[in-house]
Design a protein around this ligand. Structure first.
Ligand code: AR6
Length: 173
């Protein structure tokens, strides 16, 4: 695995010039706050129109739409688990989100993808634990299927940025 493929940055996901950005959505796929709200606002109303045709999304699954007014051509919508203390397969569900997003992206021939820190906002998943899962899933996927040129973790605050960096540096010194 080439470490250079994985980038961790601080910023907003809607500005990312990548083939696909990932949305941390809810089961309805009909919009919300946080990164979901920002993505719908930047993409424009056609995104919601397309999302209405998808019949929602189960937790851990991923569905793709166009990016409309976003610089990214595609949006991959996934639904992370709500944190209920850690004994309700939250780890497994979060790992599934990352795997399914990467699988959907690989099927479309997408080469560059940006992730937010799924579930660590309104869904209250602990950030260090989420960072560990996110980095592990991406590295495992790349080792198995080296089909991406760039995978970016877009961190919206300092705590997220330092957790993701700490985990990546420990995994790939
Ligand atoms: N770019 C990148 N990251 C962002 C942005 C942005 N523009 N805005 C917020 N974040 P959250 P969740 C970060 O709450 O926990 C929505 O209402 C944020 O700081 O967006 O999966 C959905 O509709 C945090 O680090 O998603 C669902 O109902 C991370 O994105 C629910 O929230 C995730 O926070 C999903 O909750």
């Amino acid at each position: 695995m080439d470490k250079q493929i994985i980038k961790i940055i601080k910023g907003g996901i809607t500005e990312q010039k990548v083939d696909a950005i990932v949305n941390a959505a809810n089961n309805s796929l009909l919009g919300g706050g946080g990164v979901d709200g920002a993505i719908h606002k930047a993409a424009g109303p056609k995104l919601l129109e397309e999302c209405r045709t998808l019949n929602g999304c189960a937790t851990g699954e991923a569905k793709i739409t166009q990016g409309y007014n976003l610089p990214a051509k595609w949006v991959i919508h996934t639904v992370g688990p709500v944190w209920h203390g850690g004994n309700n397969d939250e780890d497994g569900m979060l790992a599934k989100c990352y795997r399914n997003c990467l699988t959907v992206a690989a099927e479309k021939g997408i080469k560059t993808i940006a992730f937010p820190s799924i579930s660590t906002g309104a869904y209250h998943f602990p950030i260090p634990r989420a960072a560990e899962i996110a980095i592990n899933e991406v590295i495992d996927f790349l080792n198995d299927r080296p089909v991406f040129d760039r995978i970016v973790f877009v961190c919206f605050n300092d705590e997220t940025f330092s957790s993701f960096n700490r985990v990546l540096n420990a995994r790939v010194p």
